[in-house]
Design a protein around this ligand. Structure first.
Ligand code: HEM
Ligand code: NAG
Length: 546
């Protein structure tokens, strides 16, 4: 699911400008490297090597792309063991499961996430061990900027902006009707993510946001088994992918140039990078790479969170109570948002209690009262919202963690290579790829009773196992966008539970759904159920002055 591979992919591909000619030159180069990698690989199966799945033909491997969840589970059945390996063309990939392997995996050093993703998510194949230093430094800098973009000071300023963007998008849905949560929520989240990570000029331009979203969607559909298995082959989907990337690149770089040349200064995340004197490629790579990483996973989570709430009235009510309490504690004595803002805030009209349980306030009032809840309360005083997000990530995040084992000396020394890494008792040779599917723990009936059931009230006693919950990563690799993603999810959930007098799950004809759809773990990007199988019917209050 996690499209992080795009960031190293993008940085590796570009000297400074992206050229379609790369589709011709890169493939030839890569083919040579690939052949070298395949031929120079020494395969010495030892006793402690993971058992090998039979069959490495294309037909055996295609399900890895089309139905990854099934593929992985069938592998465990075929192997009859908790750890096995299969060949992706000629490259061995080790699949882990079980408590011991999980602990070892999350605690291991020298498992490289970027190299793992780059290989397994459809970027150019590399000679194992070759991740350029420059690239590593650039990724490290981008990560540093991402952390700096989520200081409390910055997040405080983003709260009213996220709320206002959400209000605007929800307004386009009308006052009652139904939405497809798997279309509309990713769209909403895309808007707020552009707001938080990219240029204000773009976020203010709804048509441009829509265009960018379409281009990113094209990147998804253009990732086919062929782009992963035969990446040197500039087939139609690889070309579509490159063209979309170039169009996204053009939009971002044009906006950057106009801002810098025009001497315009805005209060947003790219400005922070400009002011820090970052090189062009870093700024563009930051925006392009993190937009896709951030918007997709947050959008998927929002879709499922709202879908689950639409089928669980008691949790809708609990969440509403929690947010009402926060409003009561923080907003009652205020005459407007407490966050520092440029414009003088409109006072909240006090004739009517703004937040009655039965008549939801209009969104325009709600966005203002929610904006007056301080960041610290959103982050530290929302046990119900926290439980909703956590439980949603547990059942609806079809992530497979991917790494390449790259011990430092692997790069320098020839001949006397470093030792194998042991995960769950099995040897992982230097250069090997390793995968840990989150389903192993999140859908384990030993760790979670009735694991497919969405139940934010699950007792903690089920969670004694090590790394029982890894929804935002674990060990040395945790999500660097967690603060922002969590805040966005909470604000949007708050708007839903307070801003709608009702919302519930219906089928395409509007009849209440007897059962909510099940997250589709085979859909590694969005986890979506079949299109048209679930809608959310909603009703909200008409704006007073509308
Ligand atoms: C609900 C939304 C999100 C979820 C569930 C999520 C989940 C994760 C997970 C599970 C990992 C670890 C991956 C692994 O171990 O294989 C990760 C890493 C990462 N995430 Fe997120 N993420 C979310 C949103 C975001 C956002 C909004 C951003 C950026 C703005 C972001 C940026 C990153 C980055 C840069 C890493 C890599 C960290 C590293 O290389 O050490 N994520 N995320
Ligand atoms: C809430 O929405 C109204 C428009 O209806 C807008 O004028 C106001 O600035 C918004 N409040 C915040 C905090 O963004």
């Amino acid at each position: 699911m996690y499209p992080l591979g795009f960031l190293p992919f993008f940085l590796a591909l570009l000297p400074d400008t992206i050229a379609v000619t790369a589709a011709v030159i890169v493939p030839i180069l890569v083919l040579a490297l690939w052949l070298y990698a395949v031929l120079s690989r020494s395969s010495a199966p030892a006793d402690d090597a993971p058992v090998h799945l039979p069959g490495s033909s294309l037909s055996h491997i295609l399900p890895f792309f089309r139905r990854r969840f099934d593929f992985i589970n069938e592998g465990f059945q075929l192997a009859g063991q908790a750890i096995y390996q299969f060949s992706l063309l000629r490259t061995p990939v080790i699949v882990l499961s079980g408590e011991a392997a999980r602990r070892d995996f999350f605690q291991a050093k020298d498992l490289d996430l970027n190299a793992g993703f780059k290989f397994l998510s459809g970027a150019i194949p590399m000679v194992p061990g070759v991740t350029s230093n420059l690239e590593t430094r650039r990724i490290a800098l981008i990560h540093k900027r991402l952390v700096a973009s989520q200081t409390s000071e910055r997040l405080k300023r983003l709260i009213p902006q996220i709320l206002e963007d959400s209000r605007r998008v929800i307004n386009t849905w009308g006052y009652s009707g139904s939405v497809d949560p798997f279309e509309q929520l990713p769209e909403l989240i895309f808007q707020t993510t552009v707001r938080c990570l990219a240029f204000t000029e773009l976020a203010d331009d709804a048509a441009m946001v829509q265009r960018l979203k379409q281009l990113y969607d094209t990147l998804d559909t253009a990732t086919t088994p062929a782009t992963v298995l035969l990446p040197w082959l500039p087939g139609p989907s690889a070309v579509r992918r490159l063209i979309s990337t170039k169009r996204i690149y053009d939009i971002i770089s044009k906006t950057l140039d106009e801002r810098v040349k025009g001497g315009i200064v805005r209060d947003d995340t790219p400005q922070m990078l400009i002011d820090a004197g970052d090189e062009r490629l870093i700024i563009i790579g930051f925006i392009i790479g993190l937009l896709v990483a951030g918007a997709r996973s947050t959008g998927t989570t929002a879709s499922w969170l709202i879908t689950f709430l639409s089928g669980h009235e008691q949790w809708r009510e609990k969440a509403a109570e929690e947010v009402r309490r926060l409003v009561a504690e923080h907003a009652t004595h205020l005459h407007g948002p407490s966050e520092p803002r440029d414009t003088s805030p409109e006072p909240i009209t006090s004739q009517e209690p703004p937040l009655s349980a039965h008549r939801p306030p209009p969104l325009s009032e709600l966005n203002t009262s929610l904006a007056s809840i301080p960041l610290s309360a959103w982050e530290n005083d929302t046990p119900v919202l926290d439980a909703l997000i956590r439980e949603t990530l547990r059942v609806a995040e079809p992530h497979v963690a991917m790494r390449q084992y790259l011990p430092p000396s692997h790069l320098d020394e020839k001949g006397t290579g470093p030792a194998s890494l042991y995960l769950g008792g099995k040897a992982v040779p230097p250069g090997a790829f390793v995968m840990y599917p989150f389903s192993d723990v999140h859908l384990s009936s030993e760790v979670y009773s009735d694991p497919w059931r969405w139940d934010p009230g699950r007792p903690e006693r089920n969670l004694k196992a090590p790394y029982a919950y890894v929804g935002m990563g674990a060990g040395s690799t945790t999500c660097l966008g967690k603060r922002l993603a969590t805040l966005e999810l909470k604000l949007i959930t708050a708007l839903f539970v307070l801003g709608f007098s009702e919302f519930h799950a219906v089928d395409r004809l509007g009849a209440p759904l007897a059962e909510l759809p099940r997250p589709n773990w085979n859909d590694i990007l969005t986890c979506k159920p079949p299109a048209g199988s679930c809608f959310v019917r909603f009703e909200r209050t008409v704006e007073r002055d509308a």
